[in-house]
Design a protein around this ligand. Structure first.
Ligand code: C2E
Ligand code: MG
Ligand code: MG
Ligand code: MG
Length: 284
């Protein structure tokens, strides 16, 4: 109760916080309507296998397009969707839409899809069934789906974590794979890499050496992460790759895959179809 009273005081005495809350409430209302009005769309960013530079997969990234307005990036509304619980229906929609679109690419070219999953979704008792339904209805095989989670989902202690691990273990037994997103930005012990149900790590883009960076420390960090992951037989994907120098470094260090503006920005599905066709047509 003391905490609540404290909060109320903050609300009445800090106009900027009050503003923020009102803004969040407005966004929640608009977002609720956005789902019903089909204003959400999924863009796809290619994941490239460094050995032959072919597209082997795509990451599904949500966008919000209110009519007559600018596209809203996920950073502006995912947090709000999490607080309000709207992330659950939104996440289900992204999953179903991604499986539907990628099923065709998978049939033709073996393309796999990575879908971001919020911690809130993993608290739903029927998360496993939701994923399996999306796969069945789209006819995408479970082995063509990768769920991206952040490490906090697996390592905060308690029943919530247990439940998340349970969902992911069950889905993995069906062939679905799990990637740890933004690897290296959390503060958890590394032990979970060995013990928990995961298949890939995505090296956060903050580890990519900046252009012209000659400090050997940057390279040492990337190398350590790749060596650790490969030693544990986890797949490695570098995020936020923007330059040829970064690509050369990742190749040299044995990173398997890369994703970033150097290869392609996230694009609408029609453009992704073209990129995947082009990539498949290259003879090497
Ligand atoms: P993320 O999952 O780590 O996705 C990668 C983000 O990095 C994307 O931002 C992507 O556009 C951006 N990116 C890719 N390559 C580069 C690059 O070379 N340079 C730079 N500077 N950025 C690059 P985006 O699409 O704005 O998404 C931001 C975050 O929002 C995602 O980070 C993810 O955490 C969240 N998000 C996106 N879609 C969904 C979704 O459907 N569900 C959930 N729960 N979260 C999502
Ligand atoms: Mg991701
Ligand atoms: Mg990431
Ligand atoms: Mg990220």
């Amino acid at each position: 109760a003391a905490k609540e009273a404290g909060r109320d005081q903050l609300v009445s005495f800090d106009p900027s916080l009050r503003e923020k809350r009102l803004e969040a409430a407005r966004t929640t209302e608009r977002l609720r309507r956005a789902i019903a009005r089909d204003e959400l769309i999924v863009h796809f960013q290619p994941l490239i296998r460094l050995a032959d530079e072919r597209i082997t997969g795509v990451e599904a990234l949500i966008r919000w397009q209110p009519p007559g307005e600018r596209m809203v990036p996920p950073d502006k509304f995912i947090g709000i969707a999490e607080d309000s619980g709207l992330i659950v229906p939104i996440g289900t929609w992204v999953l179903r839409e991604s499986c539907r679109v990628v099923a065709a690419w998978h049939r033709e070219h073996g393309t796999v899809v990575s879908v971001n999953v919020s911690p809130r979704q993993l608290r739903e008792p029927d998360f496993g069934a939701t994923v399996l339904d999306a796969l069945r209805d789209s006819r995408l095989p479970p082995t063509a789906l990768i769920l991206e989670i952040t490490e906090g989902v697996l390592v905060d202690s308690g029943a919530v974590t247990e439940q998340a691990i349970g969902h992911l273990s069950l889905l993995r037994s069906q062939g679905v794979r799990v990637a740890v997103d933004d690897f290296g930005t959390g503060y958890s012990s590394l032990a979970y890499l060995r013990d928990l149900p995961i298949d890939h790590i995505k090296i956060d883009r903050s580890f990519m050496p900046a252009p012209g960076d000659t400090d050997p420390a940057a390279r040492t960090m990337v190398k350590a992460i790749i060596d650790l992951a490969s030693g544990l037989r986890l797949g490695t994907i570098a995020e936020g790759v923007e330059t040829a120098e970064q690509v050369a470094l990742l190749r040299e260090l044995g990173c398997e895959r890369a994703q970033g503006y150097y290869y392609s920005r996230p694009v609408p599905s029609d453009d992704a179809t073209r990129l995947i066709l082009q990539s498949a047509a290259v003879t090497s």
